[in-house]
Design a binder for this molecule. Structure first.
Ligand code: ADP
Length: 294
């Protein structure tokens, strides 16, 4: 149903009271290592919600690579096109503040080696998916090749502009929807402070995607397509750690779109998955089964 083309990272997480200034050292909590990466997070989130899910990506031949592979396998993600590269796996250094807010540095490692040739090898898996989900933690040529393959086969392309990076117009035109948070939206519109969300959604639509979803954290989401803009609320939950909430949201959105939901209905379901993900620490460990949705 859903294929994710994207990153697979080990998340190295430390809780802090505050972040160090340059030249300063602060003490944090014990280190916790979680399987992560936006691509792997989305694959696990979709699989845990009951979707038949595959991933196209690369891990390193290190201990993290084995951990990451095992974690995906444990949730039943199809790993036929998860390749192993000699060298380090991708790593994300994450600090979590007292309010559950996170700051992240990503070292791409094996993710940087994902190529259009990998995509060609995974052609049947990509072409067989109802929805193919992308983020920008793997090289753009691989993303472009896979998005073209998906679209040519009649699949739906969902792109999460994260981390924010320039996207060619022809790739943007395939997105249905483009998924962004307020910062990513502001980036795509030329930088500056995030403006009024409804105006953002309309302005993003003018850049060429077939539809747009703007996530607003606890305030839910905006969906926009040719028929107009709508606000979809998120369930009220106590936020413990927002790491990976956007990935849970996007995965759930993809799954419901794959099953034939309209954009607003899919976004309402996805908001429940995003809200569930902030109630527990980490990314993948926080993702809900259908029974755990608020
Ligand atoms: P990102 O992690 O990409 O910045 P958001 O923070 O906007 O994305 O979160 C994605 C979605 O997860 C939101 O649209 C919302 O549905 C849900 N979500 C995130 N934070 C909360 C929260 N504190 N309470 C309820 N839902 C939340």
């Amino acid at each position: 149903e859903v294929v994710v083309v994207g990153s697979v990272n080990a998340d190295l997480v430390i809780g802090v009271d505050r972040r160090p200034a340059p030249g300063e050292t602060v003490l944090g909590s014990d280190l916790v290592v979680h399987p992560g990466g936006k691509g792997a997070n989305q694959a696990v989130a979709a699989a845990r919600l009951g979707g038949r899910t595959g991933i196209v990506g690369r891990v390193g031949d290190d201990g993290h690579g084995r951990l990451l592979r095992d974690a995906l396998a444990a949730d039943g993600v199809d790993l036929a096109h998860l390749a192993t590269t000699s060298g380090p796996s991708g790593v994300a250094l994450i600090t979590v503040g007292p309010d559950g807010d996170n700051s992240i540095i990503v070292s791409p490692g094996a993710n940087a080696r994902l190529t259009p040739a990998d995509v060609a090898a995974a052609r049947d898996m990509i072409a067989g998916a109802a929805v193919v989900s992308f983020q920008l933690e793997v090289p753009l040529p691989a993303v472009q090749a896979a998005a073209r393959t998906a679209a040519a086969a009649g699949g739906r392309v969902v792109l999460n502009l994260s981390p924010p990076a320039p996207v060619p117009t022809d790739l943007l035109a395939l997105c249905d929807p483009l998924v962004v948070n307020e910062h990513e939206a502001a980036y795509l519109l030329g930088g500056g402070e995030p403006g009024e969300p409804a105006a953002l959604a309309g302005a993003l639509l003018k850049r060429g995607p077939r539809s747009v979803v703007v996530t607003l954290g606890a305030d839910g989401v905006l969906v926009a397509d040719a028929s107009g803009t709508a606000h979809v609320p998120s369930p009220k939950v106590e936020a413990v750690d927002t790491t990976g909430a956007g990935d849970a949201f996007t995965a759930a959105l993809c799954l419901r779109l794959a099953r034939g939901d309209g954009l607003s209905d899919a976004a309402a379901y996805a908001a429940r998955a995003g809200a569930a993900a902030v109630r527990r620490p980490g990314a993948q460990p926080s993702y809900p089964t259908p029974a755990e949705l608020p």
